[in-house]
Design a protein around this ligand. Structure first.
Ligand SMILES: [Zn+2]
Length: 321
């Protein structure tokens, strides 16, 4: 009797569920539900949107205007993440919260490391001076950072392409029926990434200088690709500030190379950029590490490629004379 009642309840629920589905498809065909893929922060969101197109519903976890390094998801957001089919992460230490929660995520959420196969740079050469560090707490923290991988691979257009390729492969295994669609979108992405790479090569060739001072140590991959020399005021995470001795060395670097511009970052503006610029008589420009867009940039329709092209224009201003 009890069992019969339970079966009846289940049948009712089943009918309710089917009716629910039927309402979404008035034509009577099978419901086409998009796969839900979460991404941790902006570049991965943008790449996944471009590859997934109309077949995938992409949800970005870090909200607009928020710098992702120290961000952690709310319990509510983690709850909705556990209903996703896939999570695209950057890896390389960019999402420390993910290591903490990955054990408790349901096995149905496939976690993709978009940086798979990319050989990471270490966060060493932090301020271009490794010798004679003061053995204080700050130096200890920095040494710890020297050993950490640098997560900012997306700022090299050709490594961004590799991330997009990893995403296309992951989406194809999630949804094999649309694999051709994803790889066609990847081909379009590749054309745009290679055009961007070409624009950087041409735009930065033959300029007077190669040295850049930035507020956030995010441009090592970009600098390696286009033979720039990056010196940063803060560390791999923008809240790591330099010691007075390091600040002195940055000032010396700026004077030695007659650096005319200091690059600030939109989501982690640094008062030290202003201090430094005044000290060496430089002006402030913006180099965007693309860790998130502002509401204004989103409504202006900005994406990875438009912001990278703006970055190129800013670099050309800073390095031309
Ligand atoms: Zn960063």
């Amino acid at each position: 009797m009890k069992k019969g009642y339970l079966l009846f309840l289940l049948l009712c629920l089943g009918v309710l569920f089917m009716t629910g589905c039927g309402e979404q498809t008035p034509t009577g065909g099978a419901a086409i539900e998009k796969k839900v893929v979460y991404t941790t922060f902006f570049p991965l969101y943008d790449f996944t949107k471009k590859i997934g197109g109309e077949k995938i519903e992409v949800v970005n976890m870090v909200p607009a205007g928020i710098e992702p390094h120290d961000w952690e998801p709310s319990p509510q957001l983690l709850g909705s993440l556990s209903e996703a089919e896939m999570l695209v992460s950057n890896g390389l230490g960019m999402e420390p919260w993910l290591d903490k929660v990955s054990g408790s995520l349901p096995a149905s959420v496939v976690v993709v490391n978009a940086s798979a196969g990319i050989e990471p740079l270490k966060g060493a050469k932090d301020h271009g001076h490794d010798q004679e560090k003061e053995k204080d707490d700050h130096a200890a923290e920095e040494e710890k950072h020297d050993e950490m991988p640098d997560p900012h691979v997306w700022l090299d257009p050709l490594l961004a392409l590799q991330q997009a390729r990893n995403i296309a492969t992951a989406l194809s295994s999630l949804d094999p029926d649309n694999a051709t669609y994803y790889f066609n979108n990847l081909a379009a992405f590749q054309a745009e990434a290679e055009a961007l790479d070409q624009a950087f090569r041409e735009g930065l060739s033959g300029l007077a200088r190669r040295e850049i001072i930035v507020t956030h140590l995010a441009f090592a991959y970009l600098s390696r690709r286009y033979e720039l020399e990056q010196v940063s005021i803060s560390g791999l995470s923008p809240h790591i500030e330099p010691s007075p001795a390091q600040m002195k060395e940055i000032v010396a670097f700026g004077r030695k190379y007659d650096v005319r511009y200091v690059f600030d970052a939109p989501l982690s503006t640094s008062r030290l950029a202003t201090v430094l610029a005044e000290e060496i008589g430089a002006q402030i420009l913006v180099l965007n590490p693309l860790e998130g867009l502002t509401e204004q940039e989103i409504s202006a329709g900005d994406d990875y490629f438009s912001v990278m092209r703006r970055n190129l224009e800013q670099l050309k201003i800073a390095l031309r004379e």
